[in-house]
Design a protein around this ligand. Structure first.
Ligand code: PMP
Length: 285
């Protein structure tokens, strides 16, 4: 995948896809000093692009570094990359990290902060689960405490257990893994937030120990606008049995229905379909 045609924006200029390399002694590679964004461009417009650029900068400051580009400059970089590749519909991946520097230890105050923006064409994140309902495994790993790691940053270090959990889920024929948090509450999936429906009302985990997704926030606002009650609260895993519908939200996942979590099953119901369609309309508007 690294040796192909295309353009990637790196540290202020467009470079050939195959030349977008970093040095082995990149601090981020050794110590996870890296933050990133996942965005989608629809019909030539990045959905909530500015919110994503702001979150990228906020994630970096949570990891104690500053991205040397403004929100406007990051926006311009994304569109330059899209235009250079001739894409109007693509997934956009901005990534900022501490590069190689004079020191190769944990301390990296003197290492340069770098920024790159790549993209690729990405269809349905969960394949045909988008229509049938995804099957989720329950991860053996827990989302960590906010006292352990900056849980609200979209930081590479938080994805180590995501990859491990997703591999375990895939080995069982599941599309993704659902995490509980350090207290045992239902948290999120490896790259998406989760919602439940019971008696016409919506319940979603309080985002106090995981990424408060931009799609999550968009969908909560959409539900409220439709007059639907949304409870953001702590949800115990035992409650999964009482929910009728379930869906996931995320930039890549968009709104994907869930049909099964472990032994619990859910219907792909009217509200789930309505929210998936409304989201689809909104991002393309
Ligand atoms: N949680 C995790 C762990 C994620 O990686 C993502 C995807 N960025 C989300 C939730 C959803 O966030 P968003 O809606 O901002 O894409």
């Amino acid at each position: 995948y690294d040796d192909r045609d295309g353009k990637i924006w790196m540290d202020g200029k467009l470079v050939e896809w195959r030349d977008a390399n970093v040095h082995l002694l990149t601090h981020a590679l050794h110590y996870a000093s890296s933050v990133f964004e996942g965005e989608r461009c629809y019909n030539g417009k990045i959905f909530k692009g500015i919110e994503h650029s702001k979150r990228l900068r906020a994630s970096a400051s949570m990891l104690d570094f500053e991205i040397p580009y403004s929100v406007e400059e990051i926006e311009a970089a994304k569109y330059a990359m899209l235009e250079a590749n001739g894409w109007t519909d693509a997934y956009v991946r901005a990534v900022a990290w501490r590069g190689a520097g004079e020191d190769m230890g944990v301390s990296a105050a003197r290492n340069p902060v770098r920024l790159a923006v790549a993209g690729w064409e990405w269809g349905n994140y969960y394949g045909d689960a988008k229509f049938k309902g995804a099957k989720l495994d329950i991860s053996k790993w827990k989302r960590p405490s906010p006292e352990t790691i900056p849980v609200h940053a979209k930081a590479a270090g938080l994805y180590m257990i995501c990859t491990m959990s997703k591999h375990a889920a895939e080995a069982k024929g599941c599309s993704d893994a659902l995490f509980m948090d350090y207290r045992g509450y239902v948290a999120e999936c490896t790259g998406a937030n989760i919602f439940f429906v019971k008696g016409g009302e919506v319940h979603t985990p309080l985002a106090d120990a995981f990424l408060n997704g931009i799609t999550r926030q968009t969908v909560i606002a959409m539900l409220k606008e439709k007059g639907i009650t949304v409870h953001e609260r702590h949800i115990m895993p035992e409650e999964l049995a009482s929910f009728e519908q379930c869906w996931l939200t995320g930039t890549a996942a968009e709104v994907t229905p869930v049909g099964q979590i472990g032994d619990y099953t859910f219907e792909v119901g009217a509200l789930t379909r309505d929210i998936a369609e409304s989201y689809e309309k909104m991002v393309r508007a």
